[in-house]
Design a protein around this ligand. Sequence first.
Ligand SMILES: Cc1cc2nc3c(=O)[nH]c(=O)nc-3n(C[C@H](O)[C@H](O)[C@H](O)COP(=O)(O)OP(=O)(O)OC[C@H]3O[C@@H](n4cnc5c(N)ncnc54)[C@H](O)[C@@H]3O)c2cc1C
Length: 518
Amino acid sequence: MTQQETDRRVRSIAIVGGGTAGWMSAAAISKFFGRSIDVVLIESEEIGIIGVGEATVPHLSTFNHQLEIDEAEFVRQVQGTFKLGIQFNDWGKIGDSYIHGFGTIGRDLGLMPFHQYWLKARAQGQAKDISEYSLNTRAAPLGKFMSPPSDAPPNSPLAEIAYAYHFDAVSYARFLRRYAEDRGARRIEGKVVAVNQNGETGFVESVELESGQLISADLFLDCTGFRALLIEGTLNAGFEDWTHWLPVDRALVVPCEKVGPPTPYTRSTAHKAGWQFRIPLQHRTGNGHIYSSQFSTEEEAAEILLNTLDGPALADPKLLRFTTGKLRKLWDRNVIAIGLAGGFLEPLESTAIYLIQSGINRLMKLFPTADCDPVLQDIYNRQANFEYERIRDFIVLHYHATERDDTEFWNYVRTMSVSDELKSNIDLFRANGQFFRNGEELFGLTSWVEVMLGQGIYPQTYHPAVDWVSNADMLALVSHVEKVIASNVQLMPQHEDFIERCCSSRSPQFEVRARHKF
Ligand SMILES: Cc1cc2nc3c(=O)[nH]c(=O)nc-3n(C[C@H](O)[C@H](O)[C@H](O)COP(=O)(O)OP(=O)(O)OC[C@H]3O[C@@H](n4cnc5c(N)ncnc54)[C@H](O)[C@@H]3O)c2cc1C
């Protein structure tokens, strides 16, 4: 490398904001670049963090692995619990309930995924509900959980239990702060009051704190949450408003006392103009009513929330305002928006922390020199747009595929226009149960199948390739899978007992003789 090229290397990164986005970024950069890059994180205690964001998707364990974070220690520090999926109540119609579980459904055979054989068996009245054929959806309502035991044979459902976490967002930021500081990241307390740009390039050169201190860097990560202070406030990257598809714009959040053992799933209950989450932690339960201010007043929303808590509220409800959508450019000049600064879809499928993680991963892969090659920016932005749009459509599916017609809100979302891609996914599934994952979109076959069926979209027929197996063999497969899932679920401990064991000491794993396999 020539001297000139060496000089263009990024030597310093300033991360503005110390919420989940800021500290995840600081932890990852300090881990992967060590002390070769100067990492400074600026945050303001006076402004604070949003402090919600307590449910995740399974990919977070990959982030933990990459950072060599010990799972038991992590769960202990963040008062965490485990998550096998999300229970959706009253979504397709009032009284409905289904679980979107992680992992797989049954066992595929030949060219066809298992649910195609299930569709044929179901048409003959020979199949149970789809939830009986997946370990996650069967174990979750029984309150059972375990991580894959070390002695599970590779083709046992226990060997591949897919799970995520629920955690306390404030403890998580604290946990990552310690991690990042131990690896050389420096934290500066203060409020950014001005952002200084280069007169020619428009690149951000420094941020100025209330104290007058100037902080310069080659690269800036805007992790300032909904404020988007650098990327939008200064660079005007432009915001794409997705209210048409996702009209919710308010959240009333309140913690309540924990009542009973924590469930190994998030609960999402649809209401008149939105929905409510319940997230079980070790020490309390997180709750939030997400609703549309076009269709509900704050008073109505608060009344619904407070009347449906599991236990006594531990604080007054806090109101958060947001607009669903994302920036047109998540990377503009030398500023990259990570977290809420880049956009927010809404928390229905717990995807915001995943989007932080994938933004960090993308940055690592496309890591620039200090001149931030526009080609890299363009790739970054195209990939991010694709990812946000595909997640958006998956979330929209929950609202749009409904029979609910009891309020103006549900009439709106049921009849609104949706993207061509979502429409085609629904039409294809309705015809013969097929789904094709588009590139590296986050949600795959299991998710789409479970949510389509859960929302009441039943295919008219099954894929003809299923007929290569004799009817008797097809029925035997469906029945065998059901029995294997049932016997494996029986072996699983209660979620609370698992937490007690796995997070009170680093060593023990449940000893399970996982004899039952596919
Ligand atoms: C109701 C609700 C529920 C959610 N639930 C989930 C969920 O279940 N799962 C999930 O994955 N995500 C969820 N999210 C999203 C999740 O909360 C966020 O993605 C996550 O917390 C990251 O937030 P952040 O770090 O981008 O912003 P914040 O937490 O808001 O942090 C912003 C930081 O910027 C700092 N800052 C701002 N302005 C300045 C300034 N001028 N000077 C210095 N510092 C400044 C603040 O002090 C703070 O440190 C939810 C969001 C909402 C609104």
